[in-house]
Structures are given as structure tokens and as C-alpha cells.
Design a protein around this ligand. Sequence first.
Ligand code: C5P
Length: 223
Amino acid sequence: SENIRVAIDGPSGAGKSTLARSVAARLNFLYVDTGAIYRTIGYAVWRKGIDPRDRSAVVAVLPDLEICLTYGTDGLQHMELNGMDVTAEIRLPEVSRYASLVSAYPEVRAYLLEMQRQLARENSVVMDGRDIGTVVLPDAEVKVFLTASAEERARRRMLELEERGTPEPYAAILRAIQERDWNDTHRDAAPLRQAEDAVLLDTTALDFVQSEDALLHIIRERT
Ligand code: C5P
């Protein structure tokens, strides 16, 4: 098909979603935030009071979940869970932890695989996640591994939370980021790692505009 696939993977807080969304808008591609899909499952597990460490309980709930990705007139990706818009709720810090835990289960990943691939069959996409270049779209035309130091990611996250009026201490933010990094890189099912053919983009010393320029440059070179 004519569709182009841009896979962007990396740890949480590296600026993936902001950059991917902006670049997708410039290229007129669909932006797919796969973390939001995992968060929707994390949210469902949390709401139902299921222990996220109880693998069989988590897996048992999957058939009850109807997860839908919609795009508002604002062009933003919205998540629906059984007909309810949960776009805001999935950003709660507790949901981040649940998402990180439930995404380690192969059954959860298998459940979401086809949904992600279908989006890329039907559209040119900029898809951001942890295993897009390695598992979901191994034949993607462009693969980028976007990262930044844990300290810099924690600093950015702290500013973001302050702006939102929900500040948290730096040490707690850094600890949560390191815990999620560890979970994401040490799980057996599709651990976070750079694909061999991915371009490494480290944004530790780059601001948003510089990061975006670098990302666009990588994409244009390969398409
Ligand atoms: O990217 P975001 O932080 O929103 O992702 C939430 C969680 O979902 C991550 O901690 C990660 O464990 C999981 N995830 C994943 N695979 C993806 C995207 C996200 O396992 N493709």
C-alpha cells in the first residue's frame, strides 16, 4: 500500500507523544498513541478493583472490554471504554502504574496487536509506544528510538504537572519514572528496546523545536 509507517519507541516521559503528535500533524499522518490504549486497559482494571498483579484476573476481564479509538474534531485521539470517554481519566498517576503492570502480560499485548496493525494498514501513521518498531510494525519505513536521561524526563514531567496545577515532588516523579523504565525493559513480553534498524534520538540536551527538527529530518531522509 501507499501508506507510510513511522514507529517511535522509547521510555516514558521522553516527549514521544508531544513530538509524534506534532510531526504527524505536519505530515498529515494519523497520530496513534498506543500508550493510551494500554492505559485504557489499566484504567478498566483499576476501576473494577482488580489487582494488576493478578494475571488471570486481568486476562479474564479482557473479553468484557470494548476499547475504541476516536478522533475528535480537535484532531486529538480520544479513548473510549465501553462507550465512555476516558481520555482524561487514563492520565491519572495510579493508572500509569496499572498500565505499566498489565502491559507486561502477553495476553494483553496480543489482544491489542491487531487493533494497532489495522490502524497502520488503513492510514499513514506516526505510532508511538514501546514495541512498535520491534513487534507491532517491524516493517515500518521509519523507526526512531526516542529517549532522554531519566533525570531530564523527571524534570520535564515536574514542569508539566506544575503547569497542570497538580505538582508532585521531583524525587517521587523520578522514582516513578525509574520504576516504569524497569518494568518496561525487564518484562518478557515485548520489552522496551531499540530495534536494530531504529535511529536513536536523544533529546536530553534538545528543546522541543530542536527535537522536532531532528525527528522530521530523520523521517524525510527515509521516505
Ligand atoms: O506511553 P505511556 O506512558 O502512556 O504508556 C503507558 C504504559 O503502557 C507504559 O508504562 C508501558 O508499560 C505500556 N506500553 C506498552 N507498549 C506500548 C505503549 C505503552 O507496554 N506500545
